[in-house]
Design a protein. Sequence first.
Length: 309
Amino acid sequence: MSEREYDIVIIGGGPAGLAAGLYAARGRRRTVLLEKGVVGGQISLTELVENYPGVPTVNGFDLAQTMLKQAESQGMETEYVEVRALEPEGRRWRVRTNTDEFLAKAVIVTSGAEYNRLGVTGEERLTGKGVSYCATCDAAFFKGHDVAVVGGGDAAMDEGLFTTRYAEKVTVVHRRDELRASRVLQERAFANPKMSFTWNTVVEEILGENEVTGARLRNVASGETSEMPVSAVFIFIGQHPNTGFLEGLVPMDAGKHVIVDAWMKTERQGLFAAGDARQDSARQVASSVGDGVTAAIAADHYISESFPD
Ligand SMILES: Cc1cc2nc3c(=O)[nH]c(=O)nc-3n(C[C@H](O)[C@H](O)[C@H](O)COP(=O)(O)OP(=O)(O)OC[C@H]3O[C@@H](n4cnc5c(N)ncnc54)[C@H](O)[C@@H]3O)c2cc1C
């Protein structure tokens, strides 16, 4: 096990971490980005990104690789390790991973989030090919198509309503006989002529070879199964940020998103959080990139003030 010292350690190599890394390294701070999986985070799963300003269409993995090369060309280092714990050590932070340890003057947490999955056959294979967890990102690809929305909470109604701007018909598939969403969203959803509801029903399988062609459903009351032809299945059954390693260190909201101020500062000196891991993120590539930039600038200022030597 080795121990290395950096000015800035960035935890998570999604869009927020890569943007933070570019700015931190270009600001001549010794910077390392720690990633436990694939650089790009959620966006690396996405076939087509059409809403990153300045880049009309791009494959998500390619966009992330471009961001990585750009940050590394400015001096950012990348290590493929999983962060397990963070501890204050004097004025610095000790970052413990599954292998090495890192000492940092400032830490930027960009560990993102993961959408809860249904866990059914076809879901993983067709993610980015009709299976989506983000209507803002993907609804525009299904103009004039019939689509399904799975879930009954605020996110399902909000994103389902957004989907009606493009889709011909939006069928909400919900496992109960009533919604959990707020009254106002329910009223809007029921009043929308493009939305219909299939109650007491779960998705058992998502169908299609290279793209979604339908969903196999099961009525939980009768046990009856049926097939619904749709071009997309939008799944909104919750999301969980990857913030377990911060438990007890910083204040978080009820959903375990880190609470930060407008400069992405947490309550702890030298500890910043940006992107989907923070409270009230817009959960987009562009907003995460903006967060990462803000956090890197704030971390740079913090180091100048707190480590003048
Ligand atoms: C299928 C899909 C399609 C999408 N399409 C679009 C789109 O078209 N346009 C758009 O703007 N947005 C889209 N989004 C949303 C967008 O991808 C996210 O908002 C964005 O990726 C969030 O960036 P982030 O850097 O905050 O976190 P993430 O992208 O979640 O990245 C976090 C990274 O941190 C790593 N990590 C987590 N924990 C640890 C740890 N303990 N140690 C080390 N590394 C760790 C993860 O492996 C991951 O790589 C999509 C999301 C999904 C799931």
